[in-house]
Design a protein around this ligand. Structure first.
Ligand SMILES: Cc1cc2nc3c(=O)[nH]c(=O)nc-3n(C[C@H](O)[C@H](O)[C@H](O)COP(=O)(O)OP(=O)(O)OC[C@H]3O[C@@H](n4cnc5c(N)ncnc54)[C@H](O)[C@@H]3O)c2cc1C
Length: 370
């Protein structure tokens, strides 16, 4: 039986959902607010885990292609103390395929493939009823048998099933980037290595991570009130730089340079949904990915969004006609997995940006044994 299915959001979760449906021969409408795939910078790099994001890509028939474009060497992780002493220097074996990195833009293009996304479609709300009514920013409306909200942290689909909104974790981040690092900043390129370098101090950290093409994202993370930057205009690059470098007073010069050589700064406070976020099932509407279970950015969110999408798509086609029953059963499985990862990532954030830098180091000993 053919259902009219729409997914709101062409992020990793929405695209994986659509791509698996497409592979299984079921039509799907993808509604995305962005004007096109290149309308904004795609962001940094994602590590896709063997049992999560890679499993989802396998279900989409894209695992072999992922292996060609991803960067296993990007799993390398070096940890320093604020004085610049190397505490840990983990490098993957050449055949290590547990969590290779892929640029977000490459992943998007891989997933897009033959999909026909409706770009420039801003969804403002969904009204459940006899079919789910999608409302658009330009006043149009369209009804589907099932609407899947894969529209991220500030989902406009979520209010149709849940009144819950994200709350601030107490940890914020400022992002900057370095381009052509190997030619323009060879000293920093060496510090970062093939993957990432992280420096953990008391209630603050600096993380720099390499994407492809010599592009590096640098994050300063700290425990602070949400409005700690209220007096600083981040578009004033000098003011932003000096506010950030003041946080790193006494830190080794190369670490300060990771931040100080950045040319533009973006504030990214870390919000989460409650770790056990569920809702009373609503006929014709559901959520996946960050819209359902926003958690700290510690390497799980895109992976979970993709596996959510792949599994829901498979269930809809393979388990058959009872659309509502299939979605309900899938939600139970998705919630259970998300709750486990929300607990892991929340406790990880406590340790990585907390009062005891030794707790951050110990976390890597647990997840990345030498
Ligand atoms: C700095 C950082 C690093 C991270 N690193 C990792 C990592 O290494 N590994 C990992 O697994 N996760 C990582 N994450 C988390 C990951 O980015 C998210 O969990 C993931 O992108 C969620 O995917 P999604 O498809 O649910 O939502 P999103 O990626 O947020 O996509 C949502 C899509 O919906 C669209 N949209 C939004 N509102 C509307 C609307 N009203 N109408 C139509 N379209 C709309 C958006 O334009 C977007 O395209 C990181 C996050 C951050 C911030």
């Amino acid at each position: 039986m053919r259902h009219r299915i729409a997914v709101v959001g062409a992020g990793p979760g929405g695209l994986t959902f659509a791509r698996v449906l497409h592979r299984l021969g079921h039509p799907v409408v993808v509604l995305e607010r962005d004007r096109g795939p290149g309308s904004r910078p795609p962001g940094g790099t994602l590590d896709l885990h063997e049992g999560l994001g890679q499993l989802a890509l396998d279900k989409a028939g894209l695992l072999a292609r992922f292996r060609e474009v991803s960067r296993p060497e990007g799993q390398a992780m070096r940890i320093l103390d604020p004085a610049g002493t190397v505490l840990r220097d983990w490098r993957p074996r050449p055949d290590e395929r547990a969590n290779p990195e892929i640029d977000r833009g490459q992943l998007r293009d891989l997933l897009l493939g033959p999909l026909d996304v409706r770009w420039g479609q801003e969804v403002t709300g969904v009204v459940p009823g006899d079919g789910a009514l999608v409302q658009f920013g330009d006043g149009r409306q369209e009804t589907f048998d099932l609407v899947v909200g894969a529209d991220g942290a500030w989902s406009r689909v979520r209010p149709a099933v849940s009144p819950v909104t994200p709350c601030y974790t107490g940890v914020t981040a400022v992002e900057t980037s370095l381009d052509d690092v190997d030619t323009r900043h060879p000293d920093l390129a060496e510090l970062i290595g093939d993957g990432a370098v992280a420096v953990y101090g008391v209630n603050r950290a600096v993380v720099a991570q390499r994407a492809s093409g010599g592009h590096v994202k640098v994050y300063v993370q700290l425990r602070a009130p949400l409005d700690w930057l209220a007096g600083v205009d981040l578009t004033d690059v000098e003011a932003a730089r000096s506010a950030l470098l003041a946080l790193l007073d006494g830190w080794a010069q190369p670490v300060r340079d990771l931040v100080g050589r950045g040319a533009a700064f973006v504030h990214r406070p870390i919000h989460v949904l409650p770790p056990s976020h569920t809702w009373a099932h609503v006929r014709g509407v559901t959520l996946l990915g960050d819209a359902a279970h926003l958690m700290p950015p510690l390497g799980a969110g895109a992976n979970l969004a993709m596996l959510d999408g792949a599994e829901l798509a498979e269930s809809l086609v393979i388990d058959g006609g009872d659309l509502d029953g299939v979605v309900r059963a899938w939600e139970e499985r998705m919630w259970a997995r998300a709750a486990r990862w929300a607990a892991i990532t929340m406790s990880g954030l406590e340790r990585l940006v907390g009062p005891d830098p030794a707790a951050a180091l110990a976390l890597f000993d647990e997840v990345q044994p030498s």
